[in-house]
Design a protein around this ligand. Structure first.
Ligand code: ZN
Length: 184
C-alpha cells in the first residue's frame, strides 16, 4: 500500500513556516500520527514532523528502532541543553544530502503524548539529535540553516545541479553508517 502522504521537499514554503500548537488531542490526531508513521517507515526514516506532510501543527512521530514502536511527541519544548555533539545528519525533506552538524549533546524535553499526558524526559546523543531536528521542522528550520559557509556552498551547488538535470541527488558520502540521513 502506498504511503498516505508525500513528503514535502526543500523549496516547499510549508517547510518554512512556524507550526501552531496542537490544541485537540483526539482520534483525528491519532489517525494522522498513524498515517505519518507509515509514511516514515516507508521512506524510510527515523522521524517525521507534521509540516513535512503539509500539516502546520507542532508534533512529530519517531522510532529509533529500540523496540518501543512509534513514539509521538506533541507540543515539544527543549527546556535545557548541554554539551556539544557532532553527527552526520540528513533530512527526508532534503533528500540526498547529509552534513556533519554540531548540536547540544543532551537535552531535557517536555511535551504531551497521544493520551494527553504530559511527558518530561532527558535525551542524549541520537534521541537528543532527533528531537532537536524534528523540533526545528516545527519552527520552519531546516538542517541547511545549521551549515557552515563551506557546507552551505556545497549544499546549494548540489541542490542547483539537481534542479538543472532533474535527477535525484547523489548518494550520501561516507560516513553514512551512523547517518541520520534517514531521520527526517
Ligand atoms: Zn528533517
Amino acid at each position: 500500500m502506498a504511503s498516505p502522504y508525500a513528503i514535502r521537499i526543500v523549496g516547499d514554503p510549508v517547510l518554512r513556516q512556524r507550526a501552531d500548537d496542537v490544541t485537540d488531542i483526539d482520534g483525528r490526531l491519532a489517525k494522522l500520527c498513524q498515517d505519518m508513521a507509515q509514511t516514515m517507515y516507508e521512506a524510510p526514516g527515523l522521524g517525521l514532523a507534521a509540516p513535512q506532510v503539509g500539516v502546520q501543527k507542532r508534533f512529530f512521530v519517531y522510532d529509533l528502532g529500540a523496540g518501543d514502536g512509534t513514539e509521538v511527541l506533541i507540543n515539544p519544548v527543549v527546556t535545557e541543553s548541554a554539551g556539544e555533539w557532532e553527527f552526520h545528519e540528513g533530512c527526508l525533506s532534503v533528500p540526498g544530502l547529509g552534513f556533519d552538524i554540531v548540536r547540544p549533546k543532551e537535552i531535557h524535553v517536555t511535551g504531551v503524548d497521544l493520551d494527553g499526558n504530559e511527558v518530561s524526559f532527558e535525551a542524549d546523543e541520537l534521541l537528543a539529535r532527533l528531537v532537536q531536528h524534528e523540533l526545528d521542522h516545527l519552527d520552519g528550520v531546516l538542517l541547511l540553516d545549521h551549515l557552515d559557509d563551506e557546507q552551505r556552498r556545497e549544499a546549494k551547488k548540489a541542490l542547483r545541479e539537481r534542479a538543472m538535470v532533474g535527477e535525484p541527488a547523489p548518494a550520501v558520502p561516507e560516513p553514512a553508517k551512523r547517518s541520520l540521513f534517514r531521520l527526517r
